[in-house]
Design a binder for this molecule. Structure first.
Ligand code: PGA
Ligand code: ZN
Length: 406
């Protein structure tokens, strides 16, 4: 395979903001664009080294001969050869580009190599088709927090209210999540959607959870299907001076009361999934909550996923700390939180070794890029979080279905 050009340019994401796209040209073109978060974790890698234009310049001036030499020297045919190639590419751009740019560059190079080997990306990376049997979609149905404006200046303080269908296969799970999303608006009656295509509402956290609970019942009784519910609390976004500052209704909770409140919600609404319930620095708070969850009598509550996102930021060192401190039993995997696909795989490997569930995830600002679907199947993730409504969200779900039916 001879790479003729590597081109970086800026494109608009779903919020209309500029992000990076990297195109690798051989006899064909292989493209990847990076997303952008809004409620970003403090410990995420920087998206660009200095800025987007600076990274674009660096990628456009990469010496293609050097990349071609790396490929020819090691005739890249296997996953381990591909990883060695990526580690050499990383040396070439080390400390020159940020995480968004590195992710888009590495993914486009891998797509080109996969094609050269007659395989799709997920398969080239060692994925098995059975992996589509394990994966479930996590879909955002109602939004609050930093992702929305709410209605008449009111909104839930939690960022995302989520459905996680449990169907006979991925395609059915997606259908059940779709039905749940539509049913949800019978109760929300909002017709306004936020950044991620979730319904906007002026309701409180608990009023919103009651809606999810009702929808879960309807899905069970009328549709005879199973669906779980969850929340992304994104609590760092409203944690200030040692308190969780709730606005709707107004109340300040300290760490101890926040843990009690979340535990209460898990039990009352039989939550299956709770992301970032405590501040991004609070490993011990996460640990206390997880300990409480494990004490629950009800099996559903016992198995509740306590998910790290801002806490762990797809960073191997932060994941190791979370494991050592017994803070989480599930982790969000976002490629552009870390940039390097090698480190991303390392995070997934550490998680699997320690029985931590993996949730590969989109960002609130997205493009039509569906690379995360291939990565999810390649590396056997347990969940894919993409939202339910809107092309930039459904493209990823459709890609998993395509692999499932392949
Ligand atoms: P972000 O939010 O993409 O705006 O960071 C998503 C999340 O917190 O899971
Ligand atoms: Zn999150």
């Amino acid at each position: 395979m001879i790479i003729k050009r590597v081109i970086a340019k800026s494109v608009r994401d779903s919020r209309g903001e500029k992000t990076i796209k990297v195109i690798v040209k051989t006899n064909r073109k292989f493209k990847t664009s990076a997303p952008e978060g809004k409620s970003t974790g403090k410990y995420e890698a920087k998206p660009y080294f200095r800025n987007l234009d600076g990274d674009i310049k660096i990628i456009n001036s990469i010496d293609i001969n050097k990349i071609n030499k790396l490929i020819q020297k090691k005739d890249v045919k296997t996953v381990s050869q591909a990883f060695l190639f990526l580690s050499n590419v990383e040396k070439l751009v080390k400390n020159k580009i940020g995480a968004n740019s590195l992710f888009a560059l590495e993914a486009s190079l891998l797509k080109a190599l996969a094609y050269e080997n007659g395989k799709e990306l997920w398969k080239f990376l060692g994925g098995k088709k059975e992996n589509t049997k394990n994966i479930r979609p996590v879909g955002n149905a109602i939004g609050g927090g930093l992702h929305g404006e709410g209605i008449k200046k009111k909104e839930p303080d939690f960022q995302e209210f989520l459905f996680i269908a449990n169907g006979k296969n991925f395609e059915e799970c997606v259908k059940i999540n779709d039905i749940a999303y539509e049913l949800t608006n019978k109760f929300v009656k909002s017709w306004i959607r936020n950044d991620e295509g979730a319904w906007e509402t002026g309701k409180t956290n608990e009023e919103t959870l009651m809606i999810l609970d009702k929808v879960r019942q309807i899905i069970k009784e009328e549709y005879k299907k199973e669906i779980d519910i969850g929340v992304d609390i994104a609590s760092s976004s409203f944690y200030k001076n040692g308190k969780y500052n709730y606005k709707n209704p107004e109340v300040d909770l300290n760490k101890k009361h926040q843990i009690l409140y979340i535990k209460e919600l898990i039990n009352r609404y039989k939550l299956f999934y709770v992301e970032d319930p405590l501040d991004e620095n609070d490993f011990s708070g996460f640990k206390e909550l997880l300990k409480e969850v494990k004490k629950a009598k009800n099996q559903k509550n016992k198995n509740c996923l306590i998910v790290g996102d801002d806490l762990t930021t797809t960073n191997p060192e932060r994941l190791k700390k979370a494991i050592k401190t017994k803070s989480i039993n599930a982790i969000i995997i976002k490629p552009n939180q870390i940039g390097s696909l090698l480190k991303l795989k390392e995070v997934i490997d550490i998680a699997k070794k320690n029985k931590i569930k993996t949730i590969i995830s989109h960002r609130s600002g997205e493009t039509k890029d569906n690379t995360i679907a291939d990565l999810a199947i390649a590396w056997n993730c347990d969940f894919i979080k993409t939202g339910i409504y809107g092309k930039v969200r459904t493209r990823k779900l459709k890609r998993v279905i395509e692999i499932e039916k392949n």
